[in-house]
Design a protein around this ligand. Structure first.
Ligand code: RFL
Ligand code: PHB
Length: 392
């Protein structure tokens, strides 16, 4: 088979790859997306639930805002709790901005529909992706699909292939600086067709460990509990999950909790990770391929979207002959925002989770941080400013 020629090859058909492709296509730049999994598999992954307003705006600009406007739920605040201390974070009053509850699954489905309408080539179930010639005017991506070896020839390659992808590994080890922190716990998430326990999210610290009450819509709840890394989903039948959640939520919320069968249950380890720089020759990294945050600050998908914001206009300029200043600056611009979100996610994680080996001092520091938030509007504003999303 002859090679496929395109301007930008995108590895990974998750939210980063699809949104980048959509924005490039709308500006007249051609793309081809290579995705390891089937479309059904990508759409079945239950992940992020909260969009910063800057993410909402960029999705609208990309032409995928209609269903989000109709079905997303703007939230003006959330709750932070520590046993029976309950703190309302009023984002609207503190910052003048809101966030949007609209699941990653929905964002991804909207992007696939838009990319189908644009006629973009998205090749699924590809394997053994190899990226070469990154220092040449034309780079190459070879891959296997349905038993055949194929090749793409392109100007630029963008790695949107998540934490376990191949793009980051293509950058020589001596060029990459990887900075990481792991946490000694994970989040067990459960999706259930029950009304959410509260209209807004509750991030709850407790002596039994952390819990989060979130949602997808008024009839679909998403809950999480902190679990040891050694636990498996099989260790957590529904009744055990609901008992743990009820113990960790503030008593008045727990009293209102409506339980039902879990329709999805999964465990995700928590980690902070950044690989620098985000560019090597004609290869750029975007989203989880370059960085991971613990989910406590709701920043992962939003950071992927801000990377796309910085990269899309830079690539359009480069491909259309308006200069390479944008692509030259991409790594530094994106990393400046990434590190601030890293700090925020680490701070939220440290403040809200119980660490097994923590001493009495660490536990008191966590409680004092929450007590300070309850008392100080300045402290609440600082947290709210980060939660609703720093400017792009
Ligand atoms: P993804 O979504 O991992 O997509 C990468 C895609 O690349 C494909 N792929 C390959 N394709 C070709 N060749 C290869 N060799 C490949 N290797 C992998 C994969 O199949 C996949 O389709 O990365 P992307 O697009 O950068 O998007 C990042 C987000 O998915 C992630 O940051 C968020 O889900 C994180 N996250 C949250 N982010 C938020 O902003 N707000 C939240 O409320 C939030 N909650 C969460 C989260 C992540 C969670 N988990 C499970 C990790 C809650 C959880 C529980
Ligand atoms: C979710 O609804 O899945 C969700 C919400 C907020 C977070 C993390 C996950 O911080």
């Amino acid at each position: 088979m002859p090679p496929i020629r395109t301007q930008v090859a995108i590895i990974g058909g998750g939210p980063s790859g699809l949104l980048l492709s959509q924005l490039l296509n709308r500006a007249g730049v051609e793309t081809v997306i290579l995705e390891r999994a089937s479309r059904a598999h990508v759409l079945a992954r239950v992940r992020a639930g909260i969009l910063e307003w800057g993410s909402v705006e960029l999705l609208r600009q990309a032409g995928v805002g209609d269903r989000m406007a109709a079905q997303g739920i703007p939230h003006e605040g959330c709750y932070l709790a520590d046993e029976d201390l309950v703190i309302r974070m009023d984002f609207q009053a503190l910052t003048g901005r809101r966030v949007m509850v609209y699941g990653q699954t929905e964002v991804t489905a909207d992007l696939y529909a838009a990319q189908d309408a644009a006629g973009t080539t998205i090749l699924h179930q590809v394997s053994d992706v190899a990226i070469t010639d990154l220092d040449q005017p034309r780079s190459r991506v070879s891959f296997s699909q349905a038993g055949a070896r194929r090749e793409l020839i392109c100007h630029y390659v963008v790695g949107c292939d998540g934490f376990h992808g191949v793009s980051r590994q293509t950058i020589p080890a001596e060029i990459r600086r990887e900075v990481a922190r792991t946490y000694p716990f994970g989040w067990l998430g459960l999706l259930s067709e029950t009304p959410p326990v509260q209209e807004e999210l509750i991030y709850s610290s407790s002596r039994h460990g952390f819990a989060l009450a979130s949602m997808r819509n008024p009839a679909l709840s998403r809950y999480y509990v902190q679990v040891p890394l050694t636990d498996r989903v099989e260790d957590w039948p529904d009744h055990r999950f609901w008992d743990a959640l009820a113990r960790r939520l503030p008593a008045e919320a727990a009293a209102r909790l409506i339980t039902g069968p879990g329709i999805e249950k999964s465990i995700a380890p928590l980690r902070s990770f950044v690989s620098e720089p985000l560019r090597w020759g004609n290869l750029f990294l975007v989203g989880d391929a370059a960085h991971i945050v613990p989910p406590t600050g709701a920043k992962g998908l939003n950071l992927a979207i801000s990377d796309v914001f910085y990269l899309h206009s830079a690539l359009i300029d480069a491909v259309q002959g308006r200069g390479t200043a944008g692509i030259d600056e991409y790594s530094d611009r994106a990393l400046a925002r990434i590190w601030k979100a890293m700090r925020f996610s680490w701070q939220m994680t440290t403040m809200l989770h119980r660490f097994d080996d923590e001493d009495a001092f660490a536990a008191r520091m966590r409680r004092a941080a929450l007590a300070h938030l309850a008392q100080s509007e300045t402290a609440r504003r600082e947290l709210a400013e980060n939660y609703i999303g720093l400017p792009f």
